[in-house]
Design a protein around this ligand. Structure first.
Ligand SMILES: [Zn+2]
Length: 119
């Protein structure tokens, strides 16, 4: 196995892996298991996730990684929506996960920006 990319985080590592596999290059993300112990380990190339391919695929994989680093796939990366922010119920002060539009406790709907503006 040869390392083609050292990622900043796991999401980036998996994005690069998907790019490669879409081109028929079998890729693996290493360093994943260390993620949970990250708090106790210093952030180094050894603890950050990295993307590896078979030696015979290395020549094909590198141009794709170069394109990724040049921002060629930036639009696709932005298509992934960020996880919704949790919100606080204005009625009962319960913290609600961002994917819910109503308070699970008292059914008050999530106050969006428009509501706040009209107050
Ligand atoms: Zn509530």
């Amino acid at each position: 196995m040869k390392k083609v990319y050292g990622a900043r985080d796991l999401m980036e590592a998996h994005f690069v892996r998907c790019l490669l596999e879409r081109e028929g290059i079998k890729a693996a993300v290493l360093g994943e298991m260390l993620g949970t112990a990250r708090g106790e380990l210093p952030l180094t190339q050894q603890t950050l996730p990295s993307v590896w391919v078979k030696p015979e695929d290395f020549e094909r994989a590198m141009p794709l990684v170069d394109q990724y680093e040049a921002g060629y796939f930036a639009d696709e990366a932005e298509d992934v929506p960020p996880p919704p922010e949790p919100w606080i119920c204005p009625n009962c002060s319960e913290q609600i996960e961002g994917q819910f539009t109503h308070c699970w406790k008292c059914q008050t709907s999530c106050p969006d920006d428009d509501t706040l503006d009209s107050l």
